[in-house]
Structures are given as structure tokens and as C-alpha cells.
Write a protein that binds this ligand. Structure first.
Ligand SMILES: *Cc1c(COP(=O)(O)O)cnc(C)c1O
Length: 373
């Protein structure tokens, strides 16, 4: 699905130099390199504060802690996402309220979101799934109307631009009160281990987030609030600082691969191509088609026989997962998410895909679709 080795080979000298510098200065944690990367990412995103942490899940957890939510407060998230989004809500004793997604862009359904709001609702966590922003105009309007916080799960969508109705342009993760991202190796900006970050334009929230990520300390050994230990290390920051310089090119490479897929797979009766939200850039963390009128799992197995990895993100929506079973939800409650879980298939997508590989993937997929009919 990803080819991190070829990507490394292309920038090997810069990466090795960056890591060597960290080794030479022996500042592995809280080194100047972390601060440098943080500033470069703030400039790139045009956001006031980037707070690097240990991973994307920590970022989500810390964001909810920083908002001062209390047990029993309700947090609305889509049911069709990676579990981390709802996991942190439940871990903090908050109540995850799951809602369906919309069929075209796979992001939180605006109608379902509005219907789910109660007097206990405190925050919305939209997920910019597969690298395309959710409908932020509508989400921010609903949040404003009901005095809710918006925490963007931008773990898959770093850099993706969004054009608001008034013409202004936002960046994924920098449009709500707090945004969270992940630097897991396979993410669009990935390090060589674990990493993550929070984004905010709010000075008070930034100070609180920094303290929470550092055991609740603003001044050393003065613990004003209960926090956690979550930090990006200097070696990962050195890797990310090099890769950030290539992020726009990486996104372009993904777009080129997506365009190839679009052309090769268009007008096929069994394939629904990924719909593009006209207001959002799509940064293609995943290129996800839907297969209809054919056994999706069989197609996936046949692709595997040809050494073509294709993945199902995600096979089970959260409301049908054992850990998230809840009297409030049963099968059939979120028909769009349940349908997507049965039909989606993500094709190989990364920055180093060659035309030859893309031909091989699409030719085989089309042949397989013919043969399993
Ligand atoms: C990857 C991901 C996360 C978690 O990030 P980690 O760095 O693996 O903790 C959370 N939400 C979404 C949507 C993700 O894709």
C-alpha cells in the first residue's frame, strides 16, 4: 500500500544528515530540532501554534482534556472512522455519540450531526477521512449556533485546503478550535516511528495543551493540572523537518496517481470512483473506490494473488465493534456507514507509484472484475 523505502532512498542524504545532527548534539527529547520543525510546520500551515506530541491518538486525547470536558459530556463523532477518534472520548469518561456519514465524501453527515445535538453536547470531532476535508462551513455554523467546540481529526489530511463560502481558505486541522494530526509512517507526512501534533490559533488553548502534554506543568515541577507524557522526539522531528519540504510534491504525486486511477477506472459498472468535495482539496491519504454488484472481498483476494495490496478502511463501523457496543445503537442504525464498510476498497496509494505499477494495478483490477462476474 505504501513504499516508504523508495521514498527514503530519494531523500536519504538529507535524512541521514538530520539524524546525525541529533546524534551529535545528543538532545534526544525536547531538542532544538523539535522546536525548529514546529516553527516550520506553523509557517507551512499558517497556524499560530503547533504542539508536537507522541502520536495522533494522544493529540486527540489531549485536545479533549484541554477543552475541560467533564464525564457525561457528549462528543459527536462519525461511526465510520479509525477507532482512535472515539476511543479517547470513551477513555476520558466522556460520552461518544456516533453518527452516520454522508455517502459521497464519507465525512460526517450534517443532518445526522444536527439531529444528535442535545443539551449535553460539548464538542464535535469531524474526521477528514482519506485526506479530504469534511463540510467545515456547515460544521462551524452548527458549532457556533450551539456553542460547541470543534476538534478536527486531521490525521489523514495534513495540508488539505478548504475554501469556505466567503472565499477564505483554511487548512485541514486549522479551521476548528483544535486540530490533531498523526505522523505515523504511512500518513501523508510520516516520520520513522510514532509522532503527532495539535494545531490551534488560540493562545490560551495552546498553553493548556503544552502543559497537559508535559505532565500538567507550565513551570517545571509545578503541576497545575493533571496531564500526560506525550512528546515528539528529536530524531523524528529531524525526519519530519526534511519531509515537510517535500510535502507539497508528495501531495502532488498522490494527486497524479489518483488521476491515473480515475482515468483507468471511469465508467465501469462495478466501480464508484471517490467523489470530490468541490470545496476541499483531496490529498489522497487513500484512494478509495466502492465496488458494487460484485463480491468485494473476492476481488480483494484476487488482487492479493497478483501481489496487489488493497485494503478495507474500515471493515466494521464503530457502533458494531465489540468495544463500542451500546444500548443506544444497533445494526441498521447507520445505513450509509454499514454500506460503505461492505463496499469500500482502498488501492495502493503513495508518493512513489510509477506508471508501470499503476497500469499493473488497474489492468489487473479490470480483468478481475470481468472474471468474477
Ligand atoms: C492514524 C489515525 C489516528 C491515530 O494516529 P496514531 O498516530 O496512529 O495514534 C487517528 N485518527 C485517524 C482518522 C487516523 O487515520
Amino acid at each position: 500500500m505504501v513504499d516508504l523505502r523508495s521514498q527514503y532512498d530519494a531523500i536519504k542524504e538529507d535524512i541521514n544528515r538530520g539524524i546525525q545532527n541529533v546524534l551529535d548534539t545528543a538532545t534526544y527529547v525536547k531538542g532544538g530540532k523539535v522546536k525548529e520543525f514546529q516553527q516550520h510546520l506553523e509557517e507551512y500551515l499558517g497556524v499560530k501554534h503547533v504542539i508536537p506530541v507522541g502520536n495522533g491518538t494522544d493529540a486527540l486525547q489531549i485536545s479533549l482534556m484541554a477543552l475541560g470536558l467533564k464525564p457525561g459530556d457528549e462528543v459527536i463523532t462519525p461511526t465510520f472512522t479509525f477507532a482512535a477518534t472515539a476511543e479517547v472520548v470513551a477513555l476520558l469518561g466522556l460520552t461518544p455519540v456516533l453518527v452516520d456519514v454522508e455517502p459521497d465524501y464519507f465525512s460526517i453527515s450534517i443532518q445526522a450531526l444536527e439531529n444528535a445535538i442535545t443539551p449535553k453536547t460539548k464538542a464535535i470531532v469531524p474526521v477528514h477521512l482519506y485526506g479530504q476535508n469534511a463540510n467545515m462551513d456547515e460544521i462551524m455554523a452548527i458549532a457556533h449556533k450551539h456553542h460547541l467546540y470543534v476538534v478536527e481529526d486531521a490525521c489523514q489530511s495534513i495540508g488539505a485546503k478548504y475554501t469556505f463560502n466567503d472565499g477564505s481558505v483554511g487548512r485541514s486541522g486549522c479551521m476548528g478550535h483544535i486540530g490533531c494530526t498523526s505522523f505515523f509512517p504511512s500518513k501523508n507526512l510520516g516520520c520513522y516511528g510514532d509522532g503527532g501534533a495539535l494545531f490551534t490559533n488560540d493562545d490560551d488553548l495552546a498553553a493548556k495543551i503544552r502543559a497537559i502534554a508535559n505532565h500538567g506543568m507550565s513551570v517545571r515541577y509545578h503541576h497545575d493540572i493533571i496531564g500526560v507524557n506525550s512528546r515528539l522526539d528529536s530524531i523524528q522531528a529531524a525526519v519530519l523537518d526534511v519531509k515537510l519540504q517535500h510535502l507539497d510534491q508528495y501531495i502532488q504525486n498522490r494527486k497524479n496517481a489518483a488521476q491515473f486511477y480515475d482515468e483507468a477506472l471511469k465508467n465501469h459498472p462495478n466501480i464508484i470512483l471517490p467523489a470530490r468535495n468541490p470545496k476541499s482539496e483531496h490529498t489522497y491519504h487513500q484512494y478509495t473506490i466502492r465496488l458494487v454488484g460484485v463480491n468485494r472481498d473476492l476481488v480483494q483476494a484476487r488482487l492479493a494473488e497478483k501481489n496487489i495490496p488493497a485494503m478495507i478502511y474500515y471493515p466494521i463501523p464503530l457502533h458494531l465493534q465489540k468495544a463500542y457496543q451500546d444500548v443506544r445503537y444497533r445494526k441498521g442504525d447507520f445505513p450509509v456507514a454499514e454500506q460503505l464498510a461492505q463496499t469500500v476498497l482502498s488501492l495502493p496509494m503513495h508518493t512513489e507509484l510509477t506508471e508501470e505499477q499503476l497500469h499493473y494495478i488497474t489492468d489487473n483490477l479490470l480483468q478481475i472484475l470481468d472474471s468474477v462476474k
